[in-house]
Structures are given as C-alpha cells and as structure tokens.
Write a protein that binds this ligand. Structure first.
Ligand code: ADP
Ligand code: MG
Length: 270
C-alpha cells in the first residue's frame, strides 16, 4: 500500500493545543483529495475530533487507531472511507487514553504506527499519496509514534503572541526524535492559522515567523473564519460545508502549494 518514495507521511503537529492541527488535517486532507491526491488521515488524538469532524459515526469506528497501535491491526482493516471521495480515515476513540499503560512493556513501542504503515505490502501500488497524522497536543507515546512514522512534520501555527514559544518546544522535540527514532525526519512546512488581518499582532507574528523560518512558511495563510469553526459540528470539512468561504479557499491554496513544493522536493532529491 505504501510504496517507498510514493506516499508522503506528514505528522500535523504542534505541542500547543488549539492551534489548528485538527482543522488543518481535515481541511488540507479534503483539499488535497479535491485536487486529485489520495489521502489518508490518521486520527491520533484520543478526543477523536478529526473523526467527528469528518462525520465518522462512533458506531462505525470498529477498528480504531488504538487497535492498530496496541493490537497490531493493519491500516487496511482500520481505514474507513469518508464522505469526501479520495479521503479515508483511521478513526480514533476515547479508548486511546490507555495506550501508554498498555504499551509500557511492549517491543518497538514507538514504532507501532510506522510498522503498520509500512507493513502494507510494499510491492503493491501505493494507495495513498499523502498520509496526514493528526497529533495530540502533548508529547506522549502517540506523538512519538507519529513522528517516528512520518517523513516530515507539518506545523500549524496560530498567529498569536505565544506562537514562537511553542515552536521552540516543537523544534526541540523534532531534534530529539531525529537523534533517537527517526534520523531523517524533516520539517515539511509551517502554516499560519487563524490569521486576523485586522489585528496588528497577527501581522507581527506572521512577519516574525517568516523571518525565522523563511520559505519553510507556506505563502497560503489560513484566516480566522467562522465557517471553518462551524463546519465540524455538522460533521463536514469546511470545504464541503461552504466551499466558497475564505477559509476553504485558503486551504485549497495551501493544498496546491503543498503539492507543488512536494514535486520540486522530489525533483531535487532524484
Ligand atoms: P488543535 O487540533 O490544534 O487543538 P483545532 O483544529 O481543534 O486545534 O482548532 C482549535 C479551535 O479553533 C477549534 O474550535 C476550531 O474550530 C477553531 N479554528 C481552527 N481553525 C480556525 C479558523 N481558521 N477559523 C476559525 N476558527 C478556527
Ligand atoms: Mg486537535
């Protein structure tokens, strides 16, 4: 299912909560699918917000990420289609909270997700172009599993005062993961979220982040948009709930940019 070099596995991560990780996983995933990419979202957050936001009813979450991580069930068994064509999800449920204890003695406890993603018959056609892992806000075993499985980290960054502080933390974590679990882990890019163009603070934070991280920061900026915030309560991605709203359009621009940059990265790596 995952042909080496074909599937790009991205951990959507930031140790701060409420910065737009889940919103970005859902809407970037939907936007990528809308422009023809095959996408799998892996819901690694015990709260299951990505699963709920994509309208996966609890009763259909039969095999969850918990079963993948703890019982070694395959991605094939756990992935379910969403209402968005080309977008599947490995759902989560509240039972994730016991993972740390369940795995405390287990072999390869940080590599459970990587093993599941790679154990899908490497000889077969890659089924997905992108895997987006929606990470929990804390640095726990689930986040480590995500970062060990990922090719790169995609960082949503809320345009507010403490944004850069949270980033320092995340950069330390990525460095730690490189030294232990995953030496080739890259930073795919940073995306500015909940941008308010009327606020000088938003503008300042955006400028600061760009001066620190240069072209690692996507040009597409996600505005604060009420339609984006409302969509999950209808179990729909913003792009389905209201395609024309500014937030949906920004996620479409982000998806095009992600794909274009990924193409040029591959050309350079070849
Ligand atoms: P995280 O997964 O990092 O905790 P979420 O994606 O759940 O963050 O977003 C936190 C809150 O902010 C949610 O209530 C979400 O609906 C809201 N939100 C996220 N992005 C936007 C946006 N672009 N405009 C308005 N609200 C947003
Ligand atoms: Mg979340």
């Amino acid at each position: 299912m995952f042909k080496a070099g074909k599937t790009r596995v991205l951990a959507v991560s930031n140790q701060k909560g409420g910065v737009g990780k889940t919103t970005t996983a859902i809407n970037l995933g939907t936007a990528l699918a809308a422009i023809g990419e095959k996408v799998l979202i892996v819901d690694m957050d015990p709260q299951g917000n990505a699963s709920t936001g994509l309208g996966v009813p609890r009763e259909t979450r039969r095999v969850t990420i918990y079963d993948v991580i703890v019982d070694g069930r395959s991605v094939d068994e756990s992935a379910v289609p969403t209402t968005v064509p080309g977008l599947d999800i490995v759902p989560a449920d509240a039972d994730m909270s016991g993972v740390e204890i369940e795995l405390s003695q287990a072999d390869r406890r940080s590599f459970r997700l990587r093993d599941a993603l790679q154990g899908q018959g490497a000889e077969g056609q890659a089924r997905y172009d992108y895997v987006l892992i929606d990470c929990p806000p804390s640095l726990n075993l689930l986040t480590l599993n995500a970062m060990a499985a990922a090719d790169a980290v995609l960082v949503p960054l809320q345009c507010e005062f403490f944004a850069l502080e949270g980033l320092t933390q995340l950069m330390k974590t990525i460095e730690m993961v490189r030294q232990s679990l995953n030496p080739t882990l890259e930073i795919q890019g940073l995306v500015l979220t909940m941008y308010d163009r009327r606020s000088t603070l938003s503008g300042q934070v955006a400028a600061d982040v760009r001066s620190h991280f240069g072209d690692k920061v996507y040009e597409a900026v996600i505005p604060r948009n009420v339609r984006v915030a409302e969509a999950p309560s209808f179990g729909k991605p913003a792009l389905i709930y209201d395609l024309k709203c500014a937030g949906s359009q920004a996620y479409l621009r982000l998806a095009r940019e992600v794909v274009a940059r990924e193409k040029s990265r591959r050309l350079q790596a070849a």
